[in-house]
Write a protein that binds this ligand. Structure first.
Ligand code: 18C
Length: 247
């Protein structure tokens, strides 16, 4: 049944051995560890985080940053979602089978390498934003359990001679994204769809890879990030409805 198949493909509770013998392992492990730790650090103590979007439990912050005239504003978003687990959230974010159902910026997605049950390499092209050139990205994606009831997906740009950058119509962008999720439920109770809450921290830094007008770029991400996080979280809630809670 669908339920059984989903259960089997949920993010594994421990690192898959096939990943630890892959050439990318040390980079994947180091960057994932750093990103997950940073994701759970608040924005209160750090200077420079500006709130730019707020809706219900969702808060989005950015830090204005330009390198050689290119906008690379780091983004950090917090959200709380009831009725789904951290593991379920990460399952839907990591598994490419669902990607086109919640990701609206994509034109194409290809699986470049299936490293293990918890790591893959993707090539994606994005919708073009006038007047800039179209962008593509090549990145590894890794899902892991990091603590009690805590799962996270980290995506980070990589290279591959079979997917050279800036050869066709696309400019290669560089991305580091982390979706870190932690579930909680009342002490002494069993977790259920009715009492579970998942806190989400989503961090993203996109280097556009080449010239893009700063005003257009900031206008695009101010619109697209909130749209993504609202759409993705309600998609997961919808998918999980009526299914047994996977924690
Ligand atoms: O994390 C998300 N998705 C994951 C799975 O796809 C993965 C993707 C990361 C890529 C993020 C970069 C997206 C750039 C998109 C550019 C084109 C957008 C077109 C939209 C118009 C309809 O981790 C969720 C990602 C949510 C993305 C929000 C948009 C962020 C925009 C950042 C600026 C991009 C600069 C390059 C383009 C320059 C154009 C002026």
């Amino acid at each position: 049944s669908v339920h059984t198949r989903d259960q089997v493909e949920l993010p594994p509770p421990a690192i898959d051995n096939r990943l630890t013998v892959h050439p990318l392992w040390s980079e994947i492990d180091r960057i994932s560890t750093e990103q997950i730790q940073a994701a759970f650090e608040g924005v209160g103590g750090e200077i420079g985080w500006q709130l730019f979007a707020e809706e219900g439990d969702m808060r989005m912050y950015r830090r204005e940053m330009e390198v050689d005239g290119m906008v690379m504003d780091p983004l950090k978003a917090m959200h709380k979602v009831r009725g789904v687990s951290a593991r379920e959230m990460c399952h839907y974010f990591f598994n490419p089978r669902y990607r086109f159902e919640w990701e609206t910026t994509l034109e194409t997605m290809n699986i470049v390498e299936e490293i293990s049950s918890d790591a893959m390499v993707f090539h994606q092209t994005f919708k073009r934003i006038w007047p800039a050139s179209q962008r593509d990205a090549l990145f590894w994606s890794h899902v892991r359990a990091s603590d009690d009831h805590t799962y996270a997906v980290t995506n980070h740009s990589t290279t591959n001679p079979e997917y050279p950058s800036n050869t066709g119509a696309c400019i290669r962008l560089f991305v580091t994204v982390c979706l870190a999720c932690r579930s909680s439920y009342p002490a002494g109770e069993q977790p259920t769809r009715d009492n579970i809450t998942t806190s989400i921290a989503y961090c993203s830094t996109v280097n556009p890879g080449g010239w893009a007008p700063a005003g257009v770029l900031r206008a695009v991400y101010k619109r697209e990030y909130p749209k993504f996080l609202k759409r993705f979280t309600s998609y997961v809630v919808e998918q999980c409805r009526g299914k047994p809670l996977a924690i």
